[in-house]
Design a binder for this molecule. Structure first.
Ligand code: NDP
Ligand code: TDO
Length: 289
């Protein structure tokens, strides 16, 4: 069994390579060999591959920057995945794609189910939604895994930002009215490998699935948990602020919590407690120095 992974330098790409099962050979394509701003080239790589399954871990993830870089965000997050999914469908290869909680507008307090109405608040979410639709429209075997608030010891994420900007500070202001499920990239990688095995055994089911860590918390709660776990000589006090007091170019959903019951029913995948994964990530960061 061979898997072809796009996006090898990101949080998820790194964890996919690290956590690949023994019976899976991994082939990776980074930006140097498959640039998603060139959808046709990415599709051609799939047409030429000898892999049995395609995993797309590449994306334009700069939420604020996307507001002023719409064309690139749509090329990378929508057009390229669409072309790649079409090439995969033509070859009969399953296509595993990753999407986001930011396809929702964040209204209400109920966790979002897969078939709830989507209404992204910003360009990043719009482009990811267009990508979901393009992947589904290719009509091949596919999984669109919507996840949220991804963290790991690599790349750019909220955990690393907090440790960088909070170290040595007395006080750090963090928004308390956006809630979601922090999700470790390592846990997402494990889910994608479980789904890969299901497709390998002829038991893969196509569609959109939600997967996020539990419990759902605010960014301020998450920041407190990060500093509680970190071994810092001085830890900042978290000042809980409303989103209004932390203006950003892109609007973010207030309620980002995902209902993950479908993936449990279909694939037997449980929501991981993010506290455990956070502890491992902070240990990894502190060991690396
Ligand atoms: N980060 C998060 O909080 C969340 C992420 N997601 C989704 O999860 C998936 C994985 O995200 P994550 O691992 O955090 O992303 P990262 O930002 O950590 O990594 C993005 C990856 O995409 C690659 N990439 C970006 N642009 C291009 C391009 N033009 N051509 C080729 N490769 C490109 C990057 O390569 P390079 O290093 O060369 O830039 C990198 O390997 C994405 O689909 C994302 O939308 C969903 C919810 C939350
Ligand atoms: C750095 C910082 C951020 N914040 C706020 C801003 C924002 O509302 C919230 C999160 O900020 P970030 O910019 O780190 O996170 P953001 O880039 O919005 O994270 C998102 O990334 C994309 C890719 C996704 O798909 C989403 O699921 C989500 O994880 O925290 C503070 O309140 N205080 C701070 O010091």
């Amino acid at each position: 069994m061979k898997a072809l992974i796009f996006g090898t330098t990101g949080q998820l790409g790194i964890e996919l390579a690290r956590r690949a099962p023994r019976d899976v050979t991994v082939a990776t394509l980074g930006r140097d060999r498959a640039d998603l701003t060139d959808p046709a080239a990415c599709a051609a790589a799939i047409t030429a591959t000898d892999a049995d399954i395609i995993i797309n871990a590449a994306a334009y993830t700069a939420v604020d920057q996307a507001e002023s870089d719409r064309d690139t965000a749509f090329l990378v997050n929508a057009e390229a995945p669409g072309a790649m999914a079409c090439a995969a469908a033509t070859r009969g290869l399953p296509f595993l794609h990753v999407s986001t909680d930011y396809v929702f507008d964040g209204s209400g307090t109920r966790p979002w189910a897969e078939n709830d109405p989507v209404a992204p608040l910003g360009v990043y979410g719009e482009s990811k939604l267009a990508g979901e639709r393009a992947v589904a429209a290719a009509r091949g075997g596919h999984v669109i895994l919507r996840t949220a608030w991804v963290f790991s010891a690599h790349g750019k994420n909220f955990v690393k930002t907090m440790l960088r900007v909070g170290a040595g500070r007395d006080m750090l202001s963090v928004v308390d009215d956006q809630r979601g499920g922090p999700t470790a990239a390592s846990d997402i990688a494990d889910v994608l490998w479980t789904i890969t095995a299901a497709f390998q055994n002829g038991k893969g089911q196509s569609g959109i699935f939600h997967f996020a860590g539990t419990p759902s918390v605010s960014w301020a709660d998450f920041a407190e948990a990060i500093f509680a776990r970190a071994s810092l000589p001085k830890k900042p006090q978290i000042k809980r602020i409303p989103t209004l007091d932390y203006p950003t170019p892109a609007k973010r959903p207030a309620n980002s919590t995902l209902d993950c019951s479908r993936i449990r029913a279909v694939y037997g995948i449980e929501q991981p407690d993010w506290h455990k994964s956070l502890a491992k990530v902070i240990d990894e960061l502190e060991t690396a120095g």
